[in-house]
Design a protein around this ligand. Structure first.
Ligand SMILES: N[C@@H](CCC(=O)N[C@@H](CS)C(=O)NCC(=O)O)C(=O)O
Length: 200
């Protein structure tokens, strides 16, 4: 089994790395340079036609892409500690928070990166108004997550899950492109410190 990935700060590779650290799993990995577009080579597109990282290549040649799918597969192979939940309710609750992290915050952070950042200007036909609007939406989402984390350790209450890893990677990438939680978002900031320590 081999993981094709990229160095930080790429948020999706970062999620799988954090997941592997929390699980105590070590996998052979190859880091592709996104700047040099190595993930778009014919060899890589033959493995993952989506042209993105991360993806997991099994020993028999089958490939799993999409961060959450990769981690879900590895979670079944290495059940402890369970990061997707141990019961039907817990698994559904984890999914719910993953989707909220990806749609409410991940989507506007991704749009801000594509439409309002100099590093992507040569790659995307940028629509500046979309980038600016996405920053406003991302700021609102940070406030929403702060509200949801009041009085809780983790998104799913007492359970640290894949949803916390997903949200952490998005919050960190958001910071990297200038979308930061203000000091007033105390629950989110306290969660961020806890989650960072948990994934170290
Ligand atoms: N939905 C995918 C997203 C993967 C993704 O966007 N990866 C980024 C790195 S963080 C990438 O490969 N970007 C290069 C590109 O899209 O060309 C997942 O969850 O793995």
């Amino acid at each position: 089994m081999q993981l094709w990935t990229a160095p930080d700060p790429a948020p999706n590779p970062q999620r799988v790395s954090a997941f592997l650290r929390v699980k105590g799993i070590s996998l052979p990995e190859t880091r592709l340079s996104l700047v040099r577009r190595e993930h778009k080579s014919a060899e890589m597109l033959a493995k993952n036609p989506r042209g993105q990282v991360p993806f997991l290549e099994l020993d028999d040649g089958r490939v799993l892409a999409e961060t959450i799918s990769i981690c879900r597969y590895l979670d079944e192979l290495h059940p402890e500690p369970p990061l997707f939940g141990g019961t039907a309710f817990e698994r559904a609750e984890t999914d719910m928070w993953i989707r909220r992290a990806e749609t409410l915050l991940g989507t506007p952070v991704g749009l801000a990166w594509q439409h309002d950042h100099p590093m992507t200007a040569a790659l995307v036909a940028q629509i500046p108004a979309m980038g600016k609007a996405a920053r406003v939406q991302a700021a609102a989402a940070l406030g929403w997550f702060d509200g949801q984390l009041q009085g809780k350790s983790w998104l799913a209450g007492d359970r640290f899950t894949m949803a916390d890893i997903a949200l952490l990677s998005i919050v960190d990438f958001g910071r990297w492109i200038g979308i930061a939680a203000g000091d007033d978002l105390s629950a989110l900031n306290a969660w961020h410190a806890r989650a960072t320590a948990r994934c170290a």
